[in-house]
Design a protein around this ligand. Structure first.
Ligand SMILES: Cc1cc2nc3c(=O)[nH]c(=O)nc-3n(C[C@H](O)[C@H](O)[C@H](O)COP(=O)(O)OP(=O)(O)OC[C@H]3O[C@@H](n4cnc5c(N)ncnc54)[C@H](O)[C@@H]3O)c2cc1C
Ligand SMILES: NC(=O)c1ccc[n+]([C@@H]2O[C@H](COP(=O)([O-])OP(=O)(O)OC[C@H]3O[C@@H](n4cnc5c(N)ncnc54)[C@H](OP(=O)(O)O)[C@@H]3O)[C@@H](O)[C@H]2O)c1
Length: 507
């Protein structure tokens, strides 16, 4: 029986490097990688060796015959993704051995940079989320490079700690991988150190030979509709930070006294929020959920969470693995709508979208379960109004234009995160990223700022899984290495390294 990739796949792609027979796709250098919702094992070429299991940082892979019951659906899903891949040999594509292999970065000796003995290149990394930790991992492959990470919080790893839902226990295991990076003798972390407040970028540029900015996207996008600032209209960004015990959200209170809550947007964050809002508190006991959030959920009166999306099911922003997990764990219903029903029976060119539509079609349109999640499509929010009983979301049907009024107790907007400017660096306000070319930060004149790099959400925008930041950071560190070779970045005598402000080992 072959191995199978399951729900917690984070697209880190370590499995593709580890696989001796190249049966896991898409690899980072194959066309579908950037948009893949999950990787798959081709069952026709898998030799069942288990090398991928050891490489995966989030326990997403297992042998088919040992999968827990709720993951058995992934046996067929891996098979069908492989069968639908035009590059697959069974469909006339190349032989698996001839398909492009990922660069063997993990199995060859570290590449060597021209750093004379007795000198080091000191790199300062701002932020300690996945992008920062993958960048540190790549940088530390070069002998002679040292890494100092600056993190504003007292706990490292960014959204891997304060974003990933507490019930996603497998995904949270990725911090074990980051702990290993942090244990490198050439790695130092400075916690409680906010760049721009506790130390300036200018000071860091003096202290280090190169800087990698990896500050993520710390705020939320706005809907821009009337009523967005009403008291019981909150962002999912705040809600997530609250239930995960983010230090900046410890004093927050979330009103769970109403029976119906609306979440606007249907990305994976919206699904996380709905799943937590409808969880039985016992499910969350023993997880990393904040005690205050768990206490509030115990008293919660919430019966229905309505996830409102402006587009149809074929454009749902949530990923198939997350939707499968949700449907398995919760009562999920699809709000009845003739335009939506039409889409659900239509076919799609994309194997993943077809599976999503099949899943949605299999769901009920009615339920009186005590706690349920309602997926509502083709509903464009127009304004939110406060009433004596709570709130009304005024919306319109995206196809017919018909007015829709939804009385609710609370609204969470979950329409994406947004990066904020880094003092001292240019900012692309439209995309809310640092202007860059493959990770080299560009100055106001459009030319690269020597020795300043960027990675993660503040480089490409707020999208992608934890592991997406690995390939992103590899690209950035490649540019750093090219600049060292070109003499743009010079080292310093190793004795001159600044004394670390503090050292952190393990989470
Ligand atoms: C709610 C949520 C749940 C998610 N769940 C999953 C999941 O289950 N699986 C998955 O694969 N992906 C998940 N993702 C996606 C994943 O978390 C992101 O791809 C990833 O965290 C982005 O990494 P980053 O390093 O760019 O940003 P972040 O993770 O945000 O890290 C940025 C870090 O920089 C620090 N920082 C910011 N400003 C400063 C400053 N001035 N000085 C010092 N430090 C600073 C921050 O405190 C933070 O630690 C989730 C995302 C969200 C929003
Ligand atoms: N378990 C996991 O793997 C996991 C968990 C959480 C997050 N993540 C990842 O983190 C990233 C961010 O997730 P996210 O959910 O914040 O963002 P997202 O996937 O980009 O979803 C944003 C949602 O907001 C909607 N939206 C945006 N602007 C809107 C507007 N003006 N009016 C109405 N709706 C609007 C979008 O609809 P349109 O599509 O119509 O624009 C979409 O439904 C994603 O890549 C996600 O996969 C992964």
């Amino acid at each position: 029986m072959p191995h199978v990739i399951t729900q917690s796949c984070c697209s880190d792609a370590s499995c593709t490097f580890a696989c001796p027979v190249n049966c896991i796709h898409p690899t980072p250098d194959e066309p579908g990688f950037a948009t893949a919702e999950m990787l798959y094992v081709d069952p026709t070429t898998c030799v069942d060796c288990g090398a991928c299991v050891t490489a995966c940082p989030v326990d997403a892979i297992g042998p088919a015959h040992r999968l827990p019951e709720e993951h058995k659906v992934y046996i067929e899903l891996n098979r069908s993704l492989a069968a639908a891949d035009p590059a697959n040999s069974s469909l006339g594509g190349p032989n698996p051995q001839e398909r492009s292999r990922p660069p063997m970065a993990h199995t060859v000796p570290p590449k060597v940079l021209p750093i004379p003995s007795g000198t080091v290149i000191s790199v300062g990394v701002i932020g300690s989320g996945p992008a920062a930790m993958y960048a540190a991992d790549e940088l530390l492959r070069y002998p002679g490079v040292t890494v100092d990470v600056y993190e504003k919080l007292s706990t490292p790893y960014g959204l891997a700690r304060f974003g990933v839902a507490p019930d996603h226990t497998r995904t949270r295991k990725v911090s074990g991988l980051f702990d290993k990076v942090a244990a490198d003798p050439n790695f130092t972390i400075h916690l409680n150190t906010e760049v721009g407040t506790d130390v300036s970028l200018e000071e860091l540029r003096k202290r280090h030979d190169a800087i990698v900015v990896a500050v993520g996207a710390s705020t939320d996008k706005k809907l821009g509709i009337t009523g967005e600032d009403l008291p019981n209209v909150r962002s999912a960004t705040d809600f997530v930070a609250w239930y995960n015990g983010h230090p900046e959200h410890k004093g927050d209170a979330v009103d769970l006294t109403h029976d119906r809550i609306v979440v606007i947007g249907n990305g994976n964050v919206a699904l996380d929020a709905a799943r937590i809002l409808t969880a039985e508190p016992e499910e969350l006991e023993g997880t990393t959920i904040s005690p205050a959030a768990l206490a509030a959920l115990r008293e919660s009166k919430v019966e229905e969470v309505v996830i409102v999306a402006r587009r149809g099911p074929e454009h749902a922003a949530f990923t198939l693995p997350e939707a499968l997990g949700l449907a398995d764990e919760r009562t999920v219903i699809v709000h009845p709508d003739p335009d939506v029903a039409e889409t659900l029976v239509a076919s799609s060119d994309s194997e993943l979208v077809s599976h999503k539509l099949e899943l949605l079609e299999s769901l009920e349109t009615q339920s009186d379960a005590p706690r349920r999640i309602r997926l509502r499509f083709l509903t464009t929010p127009e304004s939110i109004e406060a009433t004596d009983d709570g709130l009304v979301l005024h919306a319109k049907h995206s196809v017919t234009g018909e007015a829709i009024d939804l009385p609710v107790g609370m609204v969470f907007t979950s329409v994406g995160y947004r990066g904020v400017p880094v003092p001292g660096l240019p900012f692309d306000d439209r995309r809310a990223v640092l202007p860059n070319e493959a990770g080299r930060v560009l100055g106001d004149d459009g030319a690269p700022l020597p020795g300043v790099y960027v990675t993660g959400w503040i480089k490409r925008g707020p999208n992608g899984f934890i592991g997406t930041n690995k390939t992103d950071s590899q690209e950035t560190v490649e540019k750093f290495a090219e600049d060292v070779v070109a003499g743009v970045i010079k080292g310093r005598p190793s004795g001159k390294r600044k004394r670390p402000l503090g050292r952190f080992l393990g989470a």
